[in-house]
Design a binder for this molecule. Structure first.
Ligand SMILES: Cc1cc2nc3c(=O)[nH]c(=O)nc-3n(C[C@H](O)[C@H](O)[C@H](O)COP(=O)(O)OP(=O)(O)OC[C@H]3O[C@@H](n4cnc5c(N)ncnc54)[C@H](O)[C@@H]3O)c2cc1C
Length: 656
């Protein structure tokens, strides 16, 4: 997005809107004349793949595989797992996406993944394992021979598989994996071994019951030399037959069932150990490196980049999990908004008989509306991020997917907790889904990379870019940091709801935090003495800076989310069918989201002198209340636009 364009964003949006609609948006105060168009909002959120989304909604409504029996009665986990597999097969039968879409049409794939997240969350996670991870390793790390052999069966569910990265002893630090794949020059095979108890593959779905194959990440050992972590396809069960629909466990493979979990009990997570399991040479996924018949190792990438490169291809999987948590949040908000709009408690005065729907209470509005604003911001952001695949470098995409996954899933958990509370006792009932969704969204904060650990990767990426920029004379900020070049020394105005002012605050915060982190790590706090990376001193400094890193990543995501939201408003204003009231609603949501994020970090802005004035704190409260009061009349339109299928929106009808 062009920087100077953003800088004049208030004027620009006004101009674009008046150009298209003959109306000055700043002239709109109070409620717009008419509510936003549910149809326009729905079409923005459904995006270009709305037909696919509708086909899925239709399936969910009509098939009893999506009836979520577990919400109404206790079912054993085995039954649950079978229901989930059946539901996945029905989705597969629609043939909406192919595995190749992860590479060729990621936006379509992510949109599909978000749509399958409306129903029992185990369905989406089963697909995350089968398509994104097991399928993803074959697609991204394998070559033609692997594609020909596996992709079709993965897509239609006849070859179910495992993504075996995490071990009992190593979760976040997967670089420390212990499983070995030793090349045997006599037979030209690899021997897969779990040398210790802690080296067992631990957690992956599809282990305990359904998986026939596993992609196993293991240390490649050739002639006693450790060549680092590589990926191998290892059969773990025999071909299915009429007696054993998922085959029998193969010799040398040991499997355990992880059992009941706090959520996702439709997934057969397990532990997996290998004792001298032999696999042919061809089972090495050899996109980046291979071993020839003579046992000579060949690689197209430097050893120190090999593992990082293997992991970075999972960009789309991480975006999928992020939109998965976003979808759970949207569903929860839809349910809670229905409840709050219909549930009446207390009258305005003792003389009045009629009780007020709880949505009228400011606290209810404050618990729901800022999250709705965030949901819109995150939705638009993820769509633009998908557009960057193949355009922006892998490290930038990795930074986006990691930062947004962390901030979105954390927000989803907080928001779903708020939804639960807004619904009082009804929020506890499984059949009302919100508590169930909260417990599932929770796992997204850990899966596909623990959020806290992911933020460190984003922090290191930003720090590295900053170091390159400031080492030049004069400093030159490009790419992801180009926003720094044009931050004004002081804001043009200080009106709290001015988009330009909000943008200035968000940019200033990110820049200041980055400067602070750089100063700690690169020595200006210690008179400029440079700390060598990969030393104990560097570790100590980095460790001390971790809370700062999380703040930085939040700042980075908030700034980007505002940019993406503004881009969406501009793009929508160029679509003649987008009416004025819808654009006004979007603008209010954008302002509310930015102001809410600023409020959450008010101490920083005040301490830095970016927000001044004795009464500013209360003015921010009032502005947020005011924006919520502007939005509340059309709150149901905003959540209806999320398009939650009736079956998954239990309070669409009355409380039972
Ligand atoms: C339901 C579920 C399904 C899963 N499916 C799969 C799968 O299909 N395949 C697969 O391979 N894996 C899977 N996983 C594993 C998942 O990827 C790991 O749980 C995750 O990477 C975190 O590892 P861990 O659980 O060992 O946590 P740990 O690494 O033990 O982390 C515990 C805590 O320590 C903190 N921590 C760790 N290192 C640092 C550090 N350097 N700095 C600061 N804090 C740190 C983390 O933030 C975290 O809060 C699944 C997990 C779950 C829960």
């Amino acid at each position: 997005m062009d920087k100077s364009f953003i800088r004049r964003i208030d004027n620009t949006i006004n101009h674009l809107i008046s150009y298209n609609h003959g109306h000055d948006i700043e002239g709109l105060h109070g409620h717009p004349d008419s509510p936003p168009s549910a149809k326009s909002l729905r079409s923005m959120l459904d995006g270009e793949f709305h037909f696919d989304r509708d086909r899925l909604r239709e399936l969910f409504q009509t098939s009893d595989s999506f009836d979520e029996v577990f919400l109404n009665e206790t079912i054993d986990i085995d039954t649950h797992r079978e229901i989930i597999l059946k539901a996945c097969k029905e989705i597969m039968n629609l043939s909406i996406v192919s595995l190749n879409d992860m590479q060729k049409n990621p936006k379509k794939f992510v949109s599909w993944f978000e749509s399958i997240s409306y129903c029992d969350p185990s369905v989406a996670l089963k697909f995350a394992v089968q398509y994104n991870l097991w399928g993803g390793t074959i697609l991204f790390l394998g070559t033609k021979k692997h594609h020909d052999k596996y992709l079709k069966g993965i897509e239609n569910g006849t070859k179910l598989g495992v993504f075996g990265l995490t071990e009992l002893g190593h979760g976040s630090n997967v670089n420390g994996l212990e499983t070995t794949a030793t090349f045997d020059s006599n037979t030209c095979e690899f021997i897969i071994n779990s040398p210790t108890f802690t080296s067992q593959k631990y957690w992956p779905g599809n282990i305990a019951k359904h998986g026939q194959y596993a992609t196993i990440f293991a240390r490649l050992i050739i002639k006693g030399q450790d060549k680092g972590i590589h990926a191998f396809v290892v059969p773990i069960r025999s071909e299915p037959d009429s007696v054993n629909p998922y085959g029998v466990i193969l010799p040398g493979v040991h499997i355990r069932d992880i059992g009941l979990k706090a959520s996702y009990n439709g997934i057969d997570n397990g532990g997996l150990l290998f004792k001298n399991v032999r696999i042919p040479l061809d089972n090495m996924l050899d996109k980046f490196s291979h071993v020839d018949q003579k046992g000579v190792y060949h690689s197209t990438v430097p050893a120190n980049r090999h593992f990082g490169l293997m992991m970075s291809v999972f960009f789309i999987g991480r975006v999928c999990l992020s939109v998965n948590s976003l979808c759970m949040m949207k569903v929860g908000l839809s349910i809670a908004v229905n409840y709050a709009s219909n549930r009446a408690q207390f009258a305005k005065t003792t003389k009045t008989k009629e009780e007020l729907p709880i949505i009228n209470y400011t606290t209810t509005q404050r618990r729901l509306i800022p999250s709705i604003a965030r949901a819109y911001a995150m939705d638009f952001s993820h769509k633009y991020i998908c557009d960057f695949v193949g355009v922006k470098p892998l490290d930038v995409l990795h930074s986006y997917s990691s930062g947004f996954k962390a901030i979105t899933s954390w927000e989803a958990v907080n928001s779903l907790q708020m939804c639960r509370e807004v619904m009082g006792g009804q929020g506890f009932r499984m059949c009302n889904r919100v508590a169930m969704l909260r417990d599932h969204a929770d796992v997204v904060t850990t899966g596909e990379g623990d959020n806290t650990v992911l933020t460190q990767q984003v922090g290191k990426f930003l720090l590295g870019k900053y170091q390159i920029a400031v080492s030049q004379s004069p400093p030159s900020f490009t790419g992801e940091l180009s926003f720094i070049n044009s931050i004004e020394t002081s804001p043009v105005g200080q009106q709290l709801t001015s988009i330009s002012y909000q943008q200035w605050l968000l940019e200033k915060r990110e820049h200041e935090l980055l400067k602070e982190l750089h100063s700690r790590m690169y020595g200006s706090h210690r008179g400029g003495s440079l700390v060598q990376p990969n030393t104990e001193q560097w570790f100590h400094l980095w460790n001390q800076s971790l809370p700062l890193v999380i703040k930085l990543v939040k700042a980075n995501v908030d700034r980007l989310a505002q940019n993406f939201f503004l881009q969406k408003i501009i793009d929508s204003s160029n679509v003649l069918t987008t009416d004025k009231a819808t654009l006004t609603a979007l603008k209010n949501l954008c302002r509310l989201d930015s102001l809410k994020q600023i409020q959450l970090d008010l101490g920083f802005f005040v301490a830095k002198g970016f927000i001044t004035g004795e009464h500013k704190w209360i003015q921010i409260e009032d502005e947020i209340n005011h924006l919520c009061s502007q939005i509340v009349p059309y709150i149901q339109i905003l959540t209806e636009a999320f398009g939650v299928p009736l079956k998954f929106n239990p309070l669409e009808k009355n409380i039972e």
